[in-house]
Structures are given as structure tokens and as C-alpha cells.
Design a protein around this ligand. Structure first.
Ligand code: NDP
Length: 485
């Protein structure tokens, strides 16, 4: 697939702009290392201009007084435009992030659904009437927060951007989005489509640049009322510190070290496929990756044999090729980090069952590819058993009984998601309730829809995305008391 070099600008106050300094960044295709686009490298000054634009748009009657039904119609139109442009968006995502075209198409469809879902909720954000002693009327108003900043990582650029932009706009906020400096292309396109859909100037701003400079300036700005951060725990802590200085609302969607638990009576064919896909989709670069698999001892040998056999048959290559099942990692630096973890695993005594190196195909030399990798005999004390590797590395462990496996699954600082595999209903619900995670899938793996809440326990985050309750994080509550005597 050839993507022509695109020289793009960023969206501030409804205008397409270069950065104040004129600096630009090159955007790479991780499957070839080629430059595919250039975008402005924004400075602190640009970050401030974007927040000021969003603040002005928030105060303008055009947006503030807009009928909520009309806001919904704008979001419906945006969803339609995302669908109309889905081929281009998917190609951009694959060329920039590396994932397969099939995955990118799924992400784009997901983004359209998110806009559509929250479009339908825009005119259903309701306050309450509260019974109080007689001769009084007491009610609440649900008001937008104001200016919200959306810090989006590189692994699901369009899906994660849409996931938080949709409820923020539906609730009447104005937004500043900062995509990762590695993957800004679909975010810029979403900005373009939002303008086309009818968002007034300044309601949606997209600034491209580094997290260290632009991201930190945005989250430290006193004029910002809410921050939605999706990324690593380390950066999340820095963002929370910055937010604390200004008492800014935060939603944190952080990492995971998610367990699959496979009991002996499970549908093993299904479980093997889901465990494989749950770690090798998007080359394992997923907060929800099922990176630890606990397999009951009675089925362990056969399960692992089948898993390794299916994994070794996977086709690795550029995401743009039809037959590719796993694309590259997002960058050479991620490739090095994950290779470092493989080394750690071997030196800590885990058994390398498959993969662990760059693929031998010379065609893939220039890209940041890695073989899908499986370790056995991993314990919670090992670095690979507790760190979020964020790459295609699965850690497999044998278990004897339910209490033991629940304890092992919970033996992590993370608490994002978990998979339970059994045909015993009682056991499935019991384990689901005992896992210290924000979401559990039984007999399938990861299920998220725009209408179902997603968020982490423990170090995996604060707050929720998706679902009606996500609107809580983009609104504030005002109580009004009226004396009627
Ligand atoms: P980072 O935390 O490094 O980056 C995430 C985002 O934060 C990027 O847009 C980055 O910009 C920006 N950023 C970096 N430094 C700052 C700063 N000081 N202030 C404000 N913003 C900043 O994460 P990764 O890019 O490494 O992404 C992978 C991590 O994200 C994993 O830990 C993963 O689990 C987590 N994640 C969680 C998800 C969830 O829903 N729970 C979903 C996806 C990922 P830039 O890239 O330009 O530096």
C-alpha cells in the first residue's frame, strides 16, 4: 500500500494552522520505517491557543445555547461522515499504527458507533427533582464541565479519541485533543470531519506535538476543566499531579496485566483461539491484552501444544496486506523494549515456548516486527509476570484449584479486565465476582461496546468510559433550591 506523503496542519479555533515556531514532525509507517506524513510540532504557545479557543467557543451563544437535540444531530452527522470515509481512515490508521487493515476497519466502525451512541444521549442528560420539606422546590441541573482535554495514546488512535470526544461533545463541552506524536493522522481527519459535521469553530481543536511539551502544557492549564488521559501509569501520575494543582477533574484509563482463567470443562477450541487473539491482536499493544493465561493442570499440556501450534502458523507482515494476521509494533523503540522483556523472562527462568525474536523474513527488516511470543512457567514475582509488557508476549501458568488461581490472577497492581473460561455457570459467576478488575468476559474475550462501561480497578485507572454513566465524567451537578412560601 502506498500512502502519499501528506503535509498536514493542526486544527485550532476552526482554522488549519502550523505551529507557532514553524517546527514539524515526521510521521512514520512502522512496517517500513518510511516517512508518510509531516505534521506541526506544537509548542506550549500552541497548546495555550487551543485551550483559549475552546474556552471562547464554550462561552459563545452558538454552542452554549445550542439545543441539545441539535448537538446530537451534529454527532450523528459526524458518525455518518466517519462511515463514509471509513476506507481512508482505516488505511491511514494501518499505515501509521501498523495494525492490520481488518483491525483498523473495526476500529473505525467502533468510532462511528461511539459518536452515534452519544448523539442519541445528547438530549437525555437530565437533572432530578428532589423531595424536600414543604413550600420549596429543589432540583439539579446537569451542566457541561467546560473545556476538556483528551490525551490519546498511539495504540487505538481513532477508537480511543472517539470514545471520549463523543460523550464530551454530547454533554456540551468544548474539546482539545492531543493525539500521540507517533499517530496523529486519524485524529486530524476526525477534526476535519467534525468541522464538516457542523461543530462551530473552536468547539473541536486538535494539536499535534509531544506529550512532554504540548501534553504537559495542556494538562497544567488552569483554563481546562476536565482531562481524559489514556496511557501509561507513570504518565498518568504526572498528569494527576498537574491536575491536582488546578483541582481539575480527571478520568484515567491506564494499563493492564489481564488474566485469562481456563478451567478444565471449557470449550477448549474457542479458548485457545481467544487466548491467542487476546494477546496477538494489534501486536499485543492493548491495555486489555490478555497477557497472562492460567490453565488448569488437567488440560495444560494439550492446551499449550495447540496454542503454540496456532501461534506458529500466524502470518506476520505489513498490516496493509490481506493475509497478515499480526503487524509490526508501533516503533523501533517499542520493539527494543519488548525484546528487553524477552531477555528478562529467559534470565528469570521462564520457559520460552515460542518466538522471542525479530522475524527472519528479510522483507520485514526495516519494520519494527517481532514474533508472537509465549512463555511458560511464569510466576508473579518475575518481571514479565507483573509488568505490562505492551507487546506480543503471553505468560502461561498452570493452576490446581479455584482459590489458587483467583489469588494468582489478583496478584498484580493492575485491575483492568479478565477472561473466565468454563461451562459451569456457578463457577463462572463466582470467579467473575472475585476478580479485582473493572470488566470480565465469560467464554469470550474482550467485549466492549459504546454502551457498556469500561474502566479499571486498582492502578488501571479512575472513572469509566462508554455507557450512559460516562456522561457523569463530562458533566457537573448544580443544585437549585427555590423558596415557594
Ligand atoms: P504514555 O503514557 O507514554 O502516553 C500516552 C499519551 O500521553 C500520549 O498521547 C503521550 O504523548 C501523552 N503524554 C506523554 N507525556 C505526557 C505528559 N507529561 N503530559 C501529558 N501527556 C503526556 O503511554 P504510551 O504511549 O506508552 O501508551 C501505552 C500505555 O497506555 C500502556 O501502558 C497502556 O496500557 C496504556 N493504555 C491504556 C488504555 C486504557 O483504555 N486503559 C488504552 C490504551 C493504552 P506522546 O505519545 O506524544 O508523547
Amino acid at each position: 500500500m502506498t500512502v502519499q506523503l501528506q503535509k498536514m496542519k493542526m486544527l485550532v479555533a476552526g482554522e488549519w494552522k502550523d505551529s507557532a515556531t514553524g517546527a514539524r514532525s515526521s510521521i512514520l509507517d512502522p512496517s517500513s520505517g518510511e516517512i508518510i506524513a509531516e505534521v506541526p510540532r506544537a509548542s506550549k504557545q500552541d497548546a495555550k491557543a487551543a485551550v483559549d479557543a475552546a474556552r471562547a467557543a464554550f462561552g459563545s451563544p452558538e454552542w452554549r445555547d445550542m439545543d441539545s437535540g441539535k448537538r446530537g444531530r451534529i454527532l450523528t452527522k459526524l458518525a455518518g461522515l466517519v462511515r463514509e470515509n471509513s476506507d481512508e481512515l482505516a488505511r491511514l490508521e494501518t499505515s501509521n499504527e501498523g495494525k492490520t487493515l481488518r483491525e483498523s476497519k473495526g476500529d473505525v466502525a467502533w468510532a462511528a458507533r461511539a459518536f452515534e451512541y452519544f448523539a442519541g444521549l445528547a438530549d437525555k442528560i437530565e437533572g432530578e427533582t428532589i423531595p424536600v420539606p414543604p413550600k420549596r422546590l429543589n432540583y439539579t441541573l446537569k451542566e457541561p464541565l467546560g473545556v476538556t482535554v483528551h490525551i490519546v495514546p498511539w495504540n487505538y488512535p481513532i477508537a480511543l479519541a472517539s470514545r471520549s470526544l463523543a460523550p464530551a461533545l454530547a454533554a456540551g463541552n468544548t474539546v482539545v485533543m492531543k493525539p500521540s506524536e507517533l499517530t496523529p493522522l486519524t485524529a486530524l481527519k476526525i477534526g476535519e470531519l467534525a468541522l464538516k459535521a457542523g461543530t462551530p469553530k473552536g468547539v473541536m481543536n486538535v494539536v499535534t506535538g509531544s506529550g512532554a511539551e504540548v501534553g504537559s502544557a495542556l494538562v497544567s492549564d488552569k483554563n481546562v476543566d476536565g482531562i481524559v488521559f489514556t496511557g501509561s501509569g507513570d504518565t498518568g501520575r504526572q498528569v494527576m499531579e498537574a491536575a491536582a494543582k488546578n483541582i481539575t477533574h480527571v478520568v484515567m484509563e491506564l494499563g493492564g496485566k489481564n488474566p485469562h482463567i481456563v478451567f478444565a470443562d471449557a470449550d477448549l477450541q474457542r479458548a485457545v483461539k481467544a487466548v491467542k487473539d487476546g494477546i496477538f491482536t494489534n501486536a499485543g499493544q492493548m491495555c486489555w491484552a490478555g497477557s497472562r493465561a492460567f490453565i488448569h493442570e488437567s488440560i495444560y499440556d494439550g492446551f499449550v501444544k495447540d496454542l503454540v501450534s496456532k501461534t506458529s502458523a500466524m502470518k506476520i507482515g505489513p498490516g496493509s496486506e490481506e493475509t497478515t494476521e499480526m503487524g509490526p509494533l508501533v516503533s523501533k523503540s517499542r520493539q527494543e523494549t519488548v525484546l528487553g522483556y524477552v531477555k528478562d523472562g529467559v534470565s528469570e527462568g521462564a520457559k520460552l515456548l515460542y518466538g522471542g525474536k525479530r522475524p527472519s523474513d528479510p522483507r520485514l527488516d526495516k519494520g519494527s516486527f517481532l514474533e508472537p511470543t509465549i512463555f511458560a512457567d511464569v510466576t508473579g514475582e518475575m518481571k514479565i509476570g507483573c509488568d505490562e509488557i505492551f507487546g506480543p508476549v503471553l505468560c502461561v501458568t498452570k493452576f490446581k484449584n479455584t482459590d489458587e488461581v483467583v489469588a494468582m490472577a489478583n496478584e498484580t497492581d493492575y485491575g483492568l479486565y479478565g477472561g473466565v473460561w468454563t461451562n459451569n455457570l456457578k463457577l463462572a459467576h463466582d470467579v467473575a465476582s472475585r476478580l479485582e478488575v473493572g470488566g470480565v468476559a465469560i467464554n469470550e474475550y474482550l467485549v466492549t461496546f459504546p454502551q457498556t462501561p469500561f474502566g479499571g480497578y486498582k492502578d488501571s485507572g479512575i472513572g469509566h468510559e462508554n455507557g450512559v454513566r460516562a456522561l457523569e465524567y463530562y458533566t457537573r451537578t448544580k443544585n437549585v433550591s427555590v423558596n415557594l412560601s
